[in-house]
Design a protein around this ligand. Structure first.
Ligand SMILES: [Fe+2]
Length: 242
């Protein structure tokens, strides 16, 4: 059997991950502390140096507050010190679902968790883009947030809708592609749209969006993939330490 931890694996060349669900039992990501520690070990093995954890915040599903996230983060840091990892838990943010609740919280001046200054990780429902999405991006930028669009390649409403994708990119929201999309992990449609994004140079970040260890193990296949070889790493913001 393939043993990820024993085998020599190719380096991805990415130094930090700004999208993952590493914190245990807080969303649909890691389901135990032990599993989170194994994931940390996998990140070390893959050559990562820093991690920003980003649990889901979805009204009605994952009502994670900054307080809940920071406590979980501190717990994991404490536990991770028992073992020595070459990757650092550098900070916490969140992956916010853009829905009515998010918009109203924004309008009532709630402070959101961000990374690298004011970078704010956003996702939308897969099937439909919220009507107010462009307006929200504009208003967030006016409040000095730098919106980051989690895995644009995964949204069904963008597949084949290249004009809309271009419009979003031109609005200044940064695009974060999931590494597993490069090897067709999600679906052929996601892979196809991911290829288009890469050919156009529409990406700023590459994230793992890892929910579990097996997804990190699969990253070993990414380094040798054709799409990965097309990435211009001078454009990728998490290819170096910050
Ligand atoms: Fe995610």
């Amino acid at each position: 059997m393939f043993n990820f931890f024993k085998k020599t694996i190719p380096e991805l060349g990415l130094k930090w991950d700004m999208h993952n669900h590493l914190l245990p039992m807080i969303d649909d990501g890691s389901n135990s502390l032990e599993h989170s520690l194994l994931m940390l070990k996998a990140y070390s093995k893959l050559g990562y140096k820093k991690l920003i954890v980003t649990p889901h915040v979805i009204d009605g599903y994952y009502s994670n507050t900054p307080d809940i996230i920071s406590r979980k983060f501190d717990e994991l840091i404490k536990e991770s010190k028992v073992e020595v990892f070459s990757v650092e838990l550098a900070g916490f943010a969140a992956e916010y679902m853009v829905d009515d609740s998010f918009y109203s919280r924004f309008l009532s001046n709630e402070e959101f968790l961000t990374f690298k200054g004011k970078h704010l990780l956003l996702e939308t429902p897969f099937l439909n883009q919220p009507m107010f999405f462009s307006q929200l991006i504009f208003e967030l930028q006016n409040q000095n947030y730098i919106p980051v669009f989690a895995h644009p390649e995964r949204y069904v409403y963008l597949h084949g809708n290249y004009q809309e994708a271009e419009k979003l990119f031109d609005s200044g929201i940064k695009f974060q592609i999931n590494l597993l999309s490069l090897i067709g992990y999600y679906s052929p449609e996601v892979f196809k749209f991911c290829k288009w994004l890469i050919d156009k140079g529409y990406y700023h970040f590459l994230g793992t969006d890892a929910h579990k260890l097996s997804q990190l193990e699969l990253l070993t296949k990414v380094a040798s993939s054709k799409l990965f070889s097309k990435i211009d790493f001078t454009k990728v913001e998490n290819a170096s330490d910050y």
